[in-house]
Write a protein that binds this ligand. Sequence first.
Ligand SMILES: Cc1ncc(COP(=O)(O)O)c(C=O)c1O
Length: 427
Amino acid sequence: MLCSRCPIHYPLPKAPINKPFIRQRLLPSRPTCQSLGVSGSLRMEAKSNTNTNIKDETSKRLSFDFLTKKPYTPPSWASHLNPIPSHVFSLGHLPTPIHRWNLPNLPSNTEVWLKRDDLSGMQLSGNKVRKLEFLLADAVAQGADCIVTIGGIQSNHCRATAVAAKYLNLDCYLILRTSKVLVDQDPGLTGNLLVERLVGAHIKLISKEEYAQIGSVNLTNILKEKLLSEGRRPYVIPVGGSNSLGTWGYIEAVREIEQQLEFDDIVVACGSGGTVAGLSLGSSLSTLKAKVHAFSVCDDPDYFYDYVQGLLDGLEAGVDSHEIVHIKNAKGLGYAINTSEELNFVKGIAAATGVILDPVYSGKAAYGMMKDMSVNPERWEGRKILFIHTGGLLGLFDKVDQISVGNWHRMDVHESVPRKDGIGKMF
Ligand SMILES: Cc1ncc(COP(=O)(O)O)c(C=O)c1O
């Protein structure tokens, strides 16, 4: 199967099902994330202004559980899924906060709230952290000594994987896709690459054309075989961490949201499908029952309905992807390519609300959502929407040549102000 356009997925992989993880139901539950993760004042505002169902804080994640591995028990509403992961690593700073997002020009009585998964960490930030909590627990359980994964040259997933692997003392091999003219050159230190190289990831470059011909699954297998022949024990994570095991990351995120607030709709970017699969399955099974809207930033909606279906089938969920998620195209000019309108939108939202969206994922999803709100306001009027900010700030550094922001001036100090040597010296 060849998808000729999207640089992420061609040739189209089938949704991988990582079967080796083991079902263990009788183990104690991971502490549920009932802490709201919102500031005291916001919590008060949420209570008084919206009269929504904020639950009591009954358990708090202990501050010592970061980077520890624990037995995993799913939410009761997900306990029929199969297989269920046996363990989970605590890698993210969870629960992430939720706060009101005062976007301009909303339809009447529409509320937008923001789930700050961009604040799930610093180098190890964004939505990928939630998937890696399960994937790396499996890697360690299988006795891996290194991780292999693949993505675009500015892949947030690859950066997060490189950091998480190093935390767990695992080597990391990244296959990064770039253009034919750059494939034999040093890829530089911009954005995600700086973090990957600082933490010592082994970077293998591949051209977009080779990626299209060979495919991500074959490429990772080739590297895996090579590492095996050298006596290593590699664990392969697919593009975006989107297999059925990774899907548990956003099933768990629904348990977290369920403890925070109620919503009518959830809006999120879709790049490899795992986030949407977990959110939509979790929302439909839990008490949340929010409608999930995905804005795809590559491929097209039909591809993602099929891919998400594969992930759901891999968990024996018995549901049809078309019934639990609504996927809309927000690809624009192409994956990781922005129009000036999209970049101006990202700039405008930062200036208006202080929230910085990434240009490749959440920027396009929010742009798509706002466009739909202006074309079809009746669909959104009176709704309470949760937009998931999935991170990706480092990707913005790759766009600095296309963005002009702010202004600057030399500070004006009148010449009559006396100059005194030696006061407040810094050098
Ligand atoms: C910052 C960011 N947001 C959203 C996504 C999309 O998530 P998913 O790959 O699970 O569809 C990705 C990765 O593809 C990402 O890096």
